[in-house]
Design a protein around this ligand. Structure first.
Ligand code: 5GP
Length: 190
C-alpha cells in the first residue's frame, strides 16, 4: 500500500535491524485518515467472506481494526491482555509469550461476545514472531469460532510470523512488507 510505505519511509524509525518505531502515526499518535484507508483496504480484500466480527489484541491494533470493522459493518472485539490467569468461568483465556518483551500474558475474551457462528478477521499492527496472532487464533478456536484470515499493517518478513501462520493454513494479508532494516534504513519487499 503506497501511502503506508511512503508514511513509513517519511516518519517511521528503524531503531535497529529488528524494531521499527511508528509512534507518530500508529502506536502513540494515530493518523485517522491513514487508518481509514487501511480499514477500507482490509475490508475490500476480505469482503464476501461472511465475516461476522473483527478481532484485535489490545492496544495498538485497535485503530486499524476499528476502521476495518466499520468498513465491513461488523462489531470489533478487543482481546484483552491480563497479567495472569483470571478466575472467571465466563472468559476464554490463553497464555501468550512476548518474545519482544521477554514476558507472557493471558489473552482473554468474554464468552458473551463470541460463538461457534462467528467467522472472525484478526487485525494487528505488526507481524513479527507471530505469537500474538497465534494466541488470538487459539482463543477464537476455544470458542469454536472460525478464522477468516489475518490483516497486518506492517509485516517484518525476515521474522518467522508469516511462515508460522501460513503453516496453520491462515491467510496473511499485509499492507507493508519489510524485507530488511538497519538503523535508519528500511527496505520493502514488493
Ligand atoms: P509478534 O512477535 O507476536 O508477531 O508481535 C507481537 C506484537 O509486538 C505486535 O502486535 C506489535 O504490537 C509488537 N511489535 C512487534 N514488532 C514490532 C516492531 O518492530 N515495532 C513495534 N512498534 N511493535 C512491534
Amino acid at each position: 500500500m503506497k501511502i503506508l510505505e511512503d508514511k513509513i519511509l517519511a516518519e517511521g524509525q528503524a531503531v535497529n535491524a529488528d524494531i521499527l518505531k511508528v509512534d507518530g502515526f500508529i502506536n502513540h499518535q494515530v493518523d485517522p485518515k491513514l487508518m481509514q484507508a487501511i480499514g477500507q483496504e482490509f475490508a475490500d480484500h476480505f469482503k464476501d467472506q461472511g465475516i461476522t466480527k473483527v478481532a484485535t489484541i489490545e492496544s495498538s491494533g485497535i485503530a486499524p481494526a476499528l476502521t476495518t470493522a466499520q468498513a465491513l459493518g461488523v462489531p470489533l472485539l478487543i482481546l484483552k491482555k491480563q497479567p495472569s490467569k483470571v478466575l472467571n468461568t465466563d472468559l476464554y483465556q490463553t497464555e501468550v509469550s512476548s518474545f519482544t518483551k521477554g514476558t507472557s500474558y493471558e489473552l482473554t475474551l468474554s464468552q458473551k461476545f463470541i460463538s461457534e457462528k462467528d467467522h472472525v478477521l484478526i487485525i494487528d499492527d505488526f507481524l513479527a514472531n507471530g505469537e500474538a496472532a497465534t494466541g488470538a487464533i487459539r482463543l477464537l478456536r476455544l470458542a469454536h469460532a472460525t478464522v477468516a484470515g489475518l490483516g497486518i499493517v506492517i509485516e517484518k518478513t525476515f521474522q518467522p510470523g508469516h511462515e508460522k501462520l501460513a503453516g496453520q493454513g491462515i491467510e496473511v494479508y499485509a499492507l507493508a512488507r519489510i524485507a530488511r532494516m538497519e538503523k535508519d534504513y528500511i527496505e520493502f519487499l514488493r
